[in-house]
Design a protein around this ligand. Structure first.
Ligand SMILES: Cc1ncc(COP(=O)(O)O)c(C=O)c1O
Length: 394
């Protein structure tokens, strides 16, 4: 059982109060979570102790080497991947663009790339751009707007012998849908394609094991799991060796650093280490169990609100505590403002998930309000959101 009295003090930002005098409800977790003390202290500690670039002869530089190696090992354990396949970058989007660019020389007009209608655009646009450069065709696995889930039959329709890459989400940052990677991995293996899983919305909510899932490349962002603004690419090291990233001539020509452009943010890497240590200590199963309680509470709550429509999976299983809702008679922006006035922070719009928003028919209408909880929320936070929505519902 997760003990909120122990968890919440670990997040200094949660102490801030809003316009009502109550603590802010940061229900914008899918857009970025608050940082845990372990991450904040690791970042400050790195800078305070003295920083230097890697691979020097002097002790401060060797300390940076040790830091980077240690955090790679931590991530290997946390994400079920090899330390040699862990690449750091500024964010997931930049890393995905970089990865896609490395395929410029591998793909051609006879190949296809498979994307999905459930993805954040960071796992779509880089593949569309690759296709535009190489003449490759992009095909989409369809989202069923009634269930908020990808249609498995449509995966079979779009994958064939010409498919080289299958890009899919671990979970939707818009609808909260959790996606089973197994059919994507099986389809890719059958035709010798690579899988690229966007794990940005998965890693904060569920235990992830890249190896066990059989995914070739997985990407995530530390600022969505209580760490600093930084991205992580976790890949099969053999795949990284087989591809040729754009790089400077003197840059390392082997290992994950071959994939990193310029100097890494060592303070961010320190912070990632702090966030991973915190989550590993807490246990992702404990996080998932607690978040399931929040999910069930929210779903029960909105059932009672006639004017509020949930877009996405209505059931509490196979989903994260992320909910896209619209309120009859109020624009998403107006609802977000109403909640902000009550100390509840949420996003309104498409949150870069333009494919699902289009399929749901919401893109042209201001998108939806996204309410996203994290493990540091309690049922009282959920109840405050429901009460604030109830004020808008007849
Ligand atoms: C599911 C998902 N994928 C990718 C991204 C892009 O991540 P980053 O901001 O690290 O580029 C986001 C950010 O909101 C996201 O939610």
């Amino acid at each position: 059982m997760l003990d909120l009295d122990l968890v919440r003090p670990r997040f200094p930002a949660l102490a801030e109060t809003g316009p009502t005098g109550e603590p802010l409800v940061h229900a914008d977790a899918p857009g970025g979570t608050q940082a845990v003390d372990a991450a904040i202290e690791a970042m400050a500690g790195h800078l305070r102790a003295g920083t230097a670039n890697q691979h020097g002869t002097f002790a401060v530089s060797r300390r940076t080497d040790l830091l980077v190696d240690t955090v790679r090992e931590q991530l290997a354990g946390f994400l079920g991947t090899e330390a040699e396949g862990v690449v750091f970058g500024p964010n997931m989007t930049t890393l995905t663009i970089h990865l896609a660019r490395s395929l410029d020389v591998q793909l051609g007009a006879n190949d296809t790339i498979v994307c999905t209608q459930l993805d954040h655009d960071a796992n779509v646009s880089p593949w569309l751009a690759l296709a535009a450069r190489t003449g490759t065709t992009v095909r989409f696995v369809e989202l069923d707007p009634r269930t908020g889930r990808l249609d498995p039959a449509s995966l079979e329709d779009v994958v064939d012998e010409r498919t080289r890459v299958i890009a899919f989400p671990g979970a939707s940052n818009a609808l909260g849908t959790v996606v089973d990677p197994a059919p994507f991995v099986a389809a890719a293996r059958a035709v010798d394609a690579w899988t690229v899983m966007d794990g940005v919305h998965t890693v904060p909510h569920l235990a992830v094991d890249r190896h066990a899932l059989g995914v070739d490349v997985m990407l995530c962002s530390a600022y969505k799991f209580y760490g600093p603004h930084a991205g992580i690419l976790a890949a099969d090291p053999q795949l990284l060796t087989a591809l040729t990233p754009e790089r400077l001539r003197p840059a390392p020509d082997e290992g994950p650093e071959r994939w990193q452009t310029g100097t890494a943010s060592f303070e961010s890497i320190a912070g990632i280490g702090g966030a991973v240590a915190y989550l590993a200590g807490l246990g992702m199963d404990v996080v998932a169990e607690h978040e399931h309680t929040l999910t069930a509470r929210f779903l029960d709550g909105i059932e009672t609100l006639d004017d509020v429509t949930l877009h996405g999976p209505p059931e509490a299983t196979q989903r994260t505590p992320t909910f896209a809702v619209t309120v009859a008679g109020h624009t998403p922006n107006a609802v977000a403002q109403h909640l902000a006035d009550r100390g509840i922070n949420v996003w309104a719009g498409h949150y870069y998930a333009i494919e699902p928003m289009y399929v749901l028919g919401l893109l042209e209408h201001g998108g939806a309000v996204r309410i996203g909880f994290a493990h540091y929320h309690g049922v009282t936070d959920v109840d405050r959101v429901i009460a604030a929505l109830a004020e808008l519902s007849s």
